[in-house]
Ligand binder design. Structure first.
Ligand code: SAJ
Length: 407
């Protein structure tokens, strides 16, 4: 069986590599010529623990890279699916373009397994018609399946191998074929179900997490009014056998949890009230953190933002991904008021992406009076002794050092 993984981003690349490393004949394709060129010359496009080693194994096993889809038995599609800012509905431009490219080269009988997040009903309402328009009979000439990914950046390789997989297919036969294909590298349970259930489940998983984090963020604000440590409250509440509250933080970033719930809001505007409110709470969180920064500055006689340093620019700990990062949102907000002198440092970033960004932690520290920890990278936990003489606002509650402000 030959496999073409279409879209070599955060999901497509590890998937292509793990399949090749486990013996499948894989071609990875991406419309971004730079990405293809880098991969062809042995360079990875982002950092992730274990990805380097996996790349080596896949290269030795003969993985190929191309700038367009090629003939294959199975296509695995992992292209971006953003949402339209106006109506919050899913934007299927990339997915439909990838599909048309595949339909231009595929043979009858192939399976197109979509991994990109989609909103419920998209395959029947939008993908099937696009396939029919090209003269194919769905589920006879071309099989469409929905196999959403579940891996978490920072622990992707482990989760690719160990998470259970949802396989949404129109027939048992296709479900079994895909379970065999994924089962070649994945030790988790293969759960075969209908396409519609798989579609709804994917969005539900991320929405559940978003709502839970929104509750934690709201709780943090109430605890702050009471002068109570929210982390103590959550820790004790979570000791109840049926309570599991997530952690408050400076906001919800990344390209999944802060995006997918909008699909439900866009599709069911009068029904998804709780989902909408949770999104608003989490989207407002960076501004709340900024108001706390101002309060803490006042309390400590710090009058200039140039004395404040932001630690962490990525959307979460130990990754180099800055998409929809709360830290960048705070910086952008400050910038809109012409406050451009805040200093920042992120050990995970090799490039300078904002002004006054330091590449040396010690130098960064000597130039600030107040440190705002926005991301709990292992690096800051290991180096916390160095920040003892600073006013510290730890929005992730990751530091053990004595006198720090918590969220
Ligand atoms: N965050 C909090 N508090 C928490 C947990 C997370 O504020 O207790 C913040 C993080 O700092 C980050 C954001 O939420 O800014 C999202 O991070 P995350 O680690 O919760 O999730 P993602 O976006 O990296 O990955 C999620 C995962 N989904 C679930 O856990 C249900 C992953 O399994 C999915 O594969 C991925 O979305 C996806 O691609 O859909």
């Amino acid at each position: 069986m030959t496999i073409n993984v279409v879209g070599l981003g955060y999901i497509g690349l590890p998937t292509a590599l793990i399949m090749a490393a486990n013996g499948a004949k894989v071609v990875g394709s991406d419309i971004d010529a730079d990405v293809v060129e880098k991969l062809k010359t042995g360079r990875l496009t982002f950092e992730e623990p274990g990805l380097d080693e996996l790349f080596g194994k896949a290269a030795a096993a003969g993985i190929e890279f191309a700038s367009r889809p090629v003939g294959a038995d199975v296509y695995i599609v992992a292209v971006p699916t953003p949402y339209n800012d106006k109506d919050k509905k899913i934007d299927l431009t990339y997915l439909k373009n990838a599909l048309l490219d595949i339909l231009g080269v595929c043979e009858k009988g192939c399976i197109i397994a979509i991994e990109s997040t989609i909103s419920p009903g998209v395959i029947h309402r939008q993908i099937y018609p696009a396939v029919r328009e090209k003269g194919y009979v769905c589920e006879k000439d071309i099989h469409i399946a929905y196999v959403p990914e579940r891996i978490i950046p920072g622990n992707m390789i482990y989760e690719l191998i160990n998470n259970s997989r949802t396989i949404g297919a129109a027939s048992e036969d296709i479900g079994v074929k895909l379970a065999g294909l994924y089962g070649a590298f994945c030790k988790g349970e293969m759960i075969t179900t209908s396409i519609q259930v798989a579609e709804m489940t994917k969005v539900v998983e991320n929405t559940y997490r978003d709502i839970n984090i929104a509750f934690a963020n709201e709780l943090a604000k109430m605890c702050n009014v009471e002068g109570v440590n929210v982390h103590d409250v959550i820790k004790i509440a979570n000791m109840h056998p049926r309570v599991n509250i997530l952690s408050p933080g400076p906001g919800v970033g990344g390209h999944c949890i802060s995006v997918d719930p909008w699909f439900l809001v866009g599709d069911y505007p009068t029904l998804a009230e709780l989902v909408f409110t949770a999104r608003r709470v989490n989207d407002y969180q960076p501004i709340y953190v900024l108001s706390r920064i101002r309060e803490i500055m006042r309390e400590n006689g710090i009058s200039s933002m140039s004395d404040v340093g932001f630690y962490g620019l990525t959307y979460k700990e130990n990754v180099d991904d800055t998409r929809r990062s709360p830290a960048l949102q705070i910086l952008e907000y400050l910038d809109s008021f012409f406050v451009t002198d805040v200093k920042s440092f992120d050990p995970m970033l090799k490039n300078t992406i904002v002004s006054n960004q330091y590449d040396d932690f010690d130098k960064f520290l000597t130039n600030i009076k107040m440190l705002v920890v926005l991301v709990a990278h292992d690096h800051i936990v290991a180096n916390q002794d160095k920040v003892r003489d600073k006013v510290v606002y730890d929005t992730r509650s990751c530091l053990g050092v004595g006198d720090v402000y918590k969220l």
